[in-house]
Ligand binder design. Structure first.
Ligand SMILES: Cc1ncc(COP(=O)(O)O)c(C=O)c1O
Length: 432
């Protein structure tokens, strides 16, 4: 009903008019609603780490709760030093505190980057849900590169070359995200090197979104910044590997050659969010500083996620649902194309039709491929295998010897709800 006091003729910015809530948030809210109605829901739509924040980092936050001052716009110096040192330790990339920008989530920093840089945004699909809407809000042009399933949805050097050679002088930012949301697939160091060569040849700026880097199952994440240091901005943060999405802390690490971009972003930050939450920044020093507790936490997180990835991937593939084997993160990108005829005969013509009916029939929440930039009619969907009690599973994993893998019966015992949801997907598609 129209409220008489509402401004029904309010003028909204045309770039924002009609824009819905971010798709991941929407599916999360819908799943919560169904749950409140007493329905059994499998929350596979959410992109959140299931694990608690490491205790040492929480303790540090507690100690620093009293920190109340506005901090330097670009971030607390000891934190920026810790981030620079972290990149040197983990990725062998040499940066100083002056190259690091701290923000309230890497998402906000990406928005600032697009705002400050005047150029085209190149996005390989499938890719994370927010890159394109951010470009639309700001009014930037987007160029999509449709990657291929047979290449595990990864960007090939020739595909990048093809789009860049069209207009060689156009300023561009190319986003590369690995391990990928939504596929979990990453690149080998050789593949990164080839992509870096093309990026350098065309002088594009790479935004290397490595927010899931620490969750590469083998712990061997490699950054493209090693091969194209002068043109790569490395994006990271606490949200995924440290289980602290709600803390809102992201990092951008720039090369000296892009310092004017960083300064521009800092200027806008100073007129908008001012600085990132002080207690969170103090606690983040501990997280980036590493140490035995953090290493043990990451070791177990990788082990658990890798075992779940293997289990769910096998089960779905055996059920005829195709998905590339992930290398990290907590996603699988499913393709139901083997069931196309069946789906059409049930009046399900798009990925959105498929995921909506699946949610209604089984309580399983997935996100359709279209929100990751895939065609509407493609029967693809992202599954996040995070619907389990991360604190409990982490505690149980700590009782297994570090050198031993997670046994199958561990998954059955501790993630039975998750496995129930996976079985429900296969059962549903077969019974259609
Ligand atoms: C690929 C990717 N990049 C960036 C982000 C943003 O993370 P944050 O803003 O929490 O740092 C996310 C969050 O879901 C993501 O999946």
């Amino acid at each position: 009903m129209q409220n008489n006091n509402s401004f029904s003729d309010l003028s909204l910015n045309l770039n924002v008019r009609g824009m819905p809530l971010s798709a991941t948030l929407y599916i999360n809210e819908l799943s919560n609603k169904l749950k409140q109605q007493g329905k059994k829901v499998y929350k596979f739509g959410l992109g959140q780490s299931p694990f608690p924040v490491p205790k040492v980092v929480v303790d540090e936050l507690r100690i620093n709760a009293f920190q109340k001052d506005y901090l330097e716009v670009i971030g607390l110096k000891p934190l920026r030093e810790a981030v620079a040192e972290y990149h040197s330790r983990r990725n062998d990339i040499q940066r100083s505190a002056e190259n690091v920008l701290i923000g309230p989530g890497s998402k906000e920093l990406m928005f600032l980057l697009q705002f400050v840089y005047y150029g085209e945004l190149v996005i390989p699909t499938p890719s994370w849900v927010s890159y394109a809407p951010q470009a639309k809000i700001i009014g930037r042009q987007i160029a999509w590169i449709k990657t291929k399933e047979k290449n595990k949805w990864r960007l090939l050097p020739e595909e990048l070359h093809h789009i860049c050679e069209k207009d060689n002088y156009r300023p561009r930012i190319v986003i590369l995200n690995y391990p990928s949301n939504p596929t979990g697939v990453s690149y080998s160091s050789e593949e990164l090197q080839e992509l870096a060569d093309v990026a350098r040849r065309h002088r594009v700026i790479l935004l290397s979104d490595e927010i899931y880097g620490e969750l590469t199952f083998k712990g061997d994440h490699c950054s493209i910044a090693s091969y194209y240091p002068e043109g790569t901005i490395l994006s990271g943060g606490l949200s995924k590997w440290c289980g602290a999405g709600g803390w809102r802390l992201g990092t951008f690490t720039f090369p000296d050659s892009l310092s004017s971009l960083m300064n521009g972003m800092a200027a806008v930050a100073s007129e908008t969010f001012t600085s990132t939450s002080a207690p969170i920044q103090y606690a983040a020093i501990k997280a980036f500083g590493g140490g035995i507790e953090i290493e043990r936490y990451l070791w177990n997180a990788r082990k658990i996620l890798s075992a779940l990835a293997k289990h769910t991937h096998n089960f779905l593939s055996n059920g005829g649902i195709e998905c590339p084997k992930p290398d990290g993160a907590f996603y699988l990108f499913l393709n139901f194309k083997n069931f196309s005829e069946k789906l059409k005969s049930r009046n399900l013509f798009t990925g959105m039709d498929l995921t909506t009916r699946l949610l209604e029939d089984t309580g399983v929440a997935l996100l359709p491929g279209s929100v990751f930039g895939r065609p509407e009619e493609e029967y693809t969907a992202r599954l996040s295998y995070v619907d389990f009690d991360g604190a409990k599973v982490m505690a149980a994993a700590e009782t297994i010897r570090p050198e031993d893998p997670i046994p199958d019966d561990f998954i059955n015992a501790h993630c039975s709800h998750l496995l129930g949801g996976i079985k429900a997907i296969v059962g549903w598609i077969k019974s259609l």
